[in-house]
Design a protein around this ligand. Structure first.
Ligand code: B12
Length: 504
C-alpha cells in the first residue's frame, strides 16, 4: 500500500495528497426526498448495509482502511461525508446502488469530486451489476462500476489496479475517451467461509442505530446477517445479476461463530437472515439450529424460505434453535398469475407449508406484490381471498417494480405502461401499470388489501399479543405514534427533504 500513486501521467498534485490506502464507503439513500414515507421507513426499520460491511472487513485484511457512512441510519450523512473526505482524504469513494439509490450516488460523486479533486468513485450493487457499461453512460462523475461480488475486484482496484483496470475482471472502467468498457464476469468467486465477519463495528451507532421493522422481532438489539449468495430460481420479477443462479453458503459452524460474535461484541439477541433461500441446503440449517439450541446464547432468528425447502422435521429443529419468524414469498394468491411469474407455483402446497410452520410455533409473514404484468382487479380479489384464508400473521405488500436485470424487464412495455424513473423505483410507487388497469385502481386496492388484512380480529389480536411477544416494537410504536398517525393522514408531509437539499 502506498500514500500516493506512482509518478506518471495520472498523478496530479491533488491526487498526490490523497491517501491511496483508504476508501470511504457510502450507502446512499434509496428513496426520493419527496417520496411518501421516507421518514416513516426510518421509523419502521433500519437495516445495516451488509454488502458494505463485508467489503470493509475484506479490505482491512488487505491493508486498506475503510470507513462507512450509511445515509439510511444517519440523516446527517451529507455533513458526515464532507467531514470524512476532508479529514481522511481517501483516494476512493465507493457506493452501494440499488436502482432507487443510484442517482443519489451520482450526486454524491459530484459532491465528493468538488470537495476532493482527484478522488475516484466506484459503484457496486444490484443496479450497476445489471446495467454494466450503461451504468456509467451519461454519468461522468462515476469512474468505475463493480459487477457482481465486490470484495476481490474492489481490493485489486484500490491496490494499484486502477492504473490498469482492463486487467481486473468484474469491472466497468472508462477508456481514455471516457467510453465505459466491461472487463467481463468475475469467475474466481470467494469461498464464503474465508470471509471475515462483516465489519458491523464500522457502522456508526451500531447496533442501536439499527432495528428491524417493528413487530418483526421479539427482542432488541437485533440485526441482519447474510449466510449465502445466489439463488437457483428464476422468478420473472427478481434480478440475479449480483450473485447469479448458483447457491454458495457459509457452513453452519461459520454461522454459529458469526452469531456468537454478534452476541458477545454487540449484545445482539435476535438475527434476521436476509438470505434469498436460507433453507436451500437443509443439512446446514439443521446443524445451525441444533448448534444454536446447544449454545445457550438465547438468540432467536428470522429467515425467508420457499415451501419446497421446508418440512415438519426441519421446522421443529428450527423452532428449537430459536426460529421466531419465517417469511414466505407468496407474491400473489392468483394461481394463473403466479404460474406466469414464478417457478414451481403451487398455492395448495404453500398453504400446507404455512400451516406446518404455524404448527411448529413459528410466526409467518407473507411477502406479496401487486401490479405484476397480467394483474387485473379480479386477480387482486383472488389474491386477497387466498391470502385471507392462510393462517398467516403478517404481510408485506410491495408495489411491483420491473428492475433492470430481472427477466420481466426486457419486454415490460408489452404488458403495460412503465415509467422508468429510477428514483421512484423503490417498490413504494406503481411505476408500472398493467394493461387494463389504472394507477388509481392499484392505489385503492393496495390500501384496501392492507386495511382488510389489519382489520381482521385474528390479526388485531396477534398485534395485541406483541405487547409481551415484542415489547420493544410497541415501545417504538408509542414513542413515534405521532409520526405514524401523521403519516397515515398525510404521507407527503413527512418527506425527508433536508437530506436532498443539502447534497443538491
Ligand atoms: C438486506 C437488503 C436491504 C437492506 C440493506 C440494503 C443494502 N444496500 O445493503 C435494506 C432494508 C436497507 C434494503 C432496502 C432496499 N432494498 Co434491498 N435488499 C436487501 C437484500 C435482501 C440483501 C442485500 C445483502 O445484504 N446482500 C448480501 C451482500 C453481501 O451483498 P450485496 O449487498 O449485493 O453486496 C455485494 C455486491 O453487490 C457488491 N457491492 C455492493 N455494494 C457495493 C459497493 C461498492 C463500492 C462495490 C465495489 C461493490 C458493492 O459487493 C458486495 C459484496 O460482494 C437484497 C437481495 C439480495 N439477495 O441481495 C435486496 C435488494 C438489494 N433490495 C432491493 C430493493 C428494491 C430495495 C429497496 C429499493 C426496496 C425497499 N423498499 O425496501 C430499498 C432501497 C435501499 C437503498 N438504499 O438503495 C433490490 C434491488 C433491486 C434494484 N435493482 O434496485 C434487491 C436486489 C432485492 C430484489 N431482488 O429485488 N434492502
Amino acid at each position: 500500500m502506498h500514500d500516493s500513486p506512482d509518478a506518471g501521467s495520472m498523478a496530479s498534485p491533488a491526487r498526490c495528497r490523497l491517501r491511496f490506502d483508504r476508501i470511504l464507503l457510502v450507502h446512499p439513500l434509496g428513496y426520493r426526498a419527496d417520496a411518501a414515507s421516507s421518514d416513516i421507513a426510518r421509523l419502521a426499520g433500519i437495516m445495516p448495509p451488509i454488502g458494505l460491511a463485508s467489503l470493509a472487513a475484506w479490505l482491512e485484511t488487505k491493508g486498506i482502511e475503510a470507513t462507512i457512512i450509511d445515509a439510511y441510519a444517519r440523516p446527517d450523512a451529507p455533513d458526515l461525508i464532507r467531514e470524512r473526505l476532508l479529514a481522511d482524504r481517501p483516494a476512493f469513494m465507493g457506493m452501494s446502488c440499488t436502482t432507487s439509490g443510484f442517482l443519489d450516488a451520482v450526486r454524491l460523486s459530484a459532491v465528493a469530486k468538488a470537495i476532493l479533486p482527484g478522488i475516484q468513485t466506484v459503484v457496486g450493487g444490484a443496479h450497476v451489476s445489471a446495467l454494466k457499461t450503461s451504468a456509467l453512460d451519461g454519468f461522468p462523475d462515476i469512474d468505475f462500476a463493480v459487477v457482481g461480488e465486490g470484495e476481490n475486484t474492489l481490493a485489486k482496484l484500490i491496490d494499484g489496479g486502477w492504473e490498469q483496470p482492463a486487467a481486473i475482471p468484474g469491472l466497468v472502467y472508462r477508456e481514455k475517451d471516457g467510453a465505459p468498457r466491461y472487463t467481463g464476469p468475475l469467475t474466481d468467486l470467494i469461498e464464503l467461509d474465508t470471509l471475515p465477519f462483516p465489519a458491523y463495528d464500522k457502522l456508526p451507532g451500531y447496533p442501536d442505530a439499527y432495528r428491524l421493522p417493528i413487530f418483526n422481532y421479539p427482542r432488541a438489539p437485533n440485526t441482519s446477517c447474510v449466510s449465502s449468495r445466489g439463488c437457483p430460481y428464476a422468478c420473472s420479477y427478481c434480478d440475479r445479476s449480483v450473485f447469479g443462479r448458483s447457491f454458495r453458503f457459509n457452513s453452519a459452524e461459520y454461522m454459529l461463530a458469526m452469531v456468537r460474535n454478534l452476541h458477545e461484541r454487540f449484545g445482539v439477541r435476535h438475527i434476521n437472515f436476509c438470505d434469498d433461500q436460507f433453507t436451500f441446503h437443509r443439512k446446514r440449517v439443521e446443524t445451525f439450529a441444533r448448534g444454536l439450541a446447544e449454545s445457550g446464547l438465547g438468540i432467536s432468528f428470522n429467515c425467508a424460505a420457499r415451501a419446497e425447502h421446508l418440512d415438519e422435521d426441519l421446522l421443529r429443529t428450527m423452532k428449537a434453535g430459536g426460529c421466531w419468524m419465517i417469511s414466505m414469498g407468496v407474491e400473489t394468491g392468483d394461481p394463473e398469475l403466479l404460474a406466469r411469474h414464478r417457478n414451481h407455483a403451487d398455492l395448495d402446497r404453500l398453504h400446507d407449508c404455512i400451516a406446518a410452520i404455524k404448527r411448529a410455533g413459528i410466526r409467518v409473514k407473507g411477502l406479496l406484490m401487486m401490479g405484476l404484468p397480467g394483474e387485473t382487479t379480479d386477480s387482486i380479489q383472488r389474491s386477497m381471498d387466498y391470502v385471507f384464508r392462510l393462517p398467516i400473521d403478517d404481510i408485506s405488500l410491495t408495489k411491483f417494480t420491473p428492475f433492470p436485470g430481472s427477466p420481466v424487464y426486457s419486454g415490460i412495455h408489452e404488458h403495460g405502461d412503465f415509467t422508468e424513473d429510477w428514483e421512484r423505483m423503490d417498490c413504494m410507487n406503481f411505476q408500472f401499470i398493467p394493461t387494463g388497469m389504472t394507477r388509481e385502481q392499484l392505489e385503492k386496492l393496495h390500501q384496501s388489501f392492507y386495511r382488510k388484512h389489519f382489520l381482521r380480529p385474528r390479526i388485531m389480536w396477534d398485534y395485541t399479543t406483541m405487547i409481551w411477544r415484542s415489547p420493544d416494537s410497541w415501545r417504538r410504536f408509542w414513542t413515534n405514534a405521532g409520526s405514524f398517525l401523521r403519516f397515515a393522514r398525510n404521507p407527503r408531509r413527512l418527506a425527508h427533504a433536508a437530506y436532498r437539499d443539502e447534497i443538491g
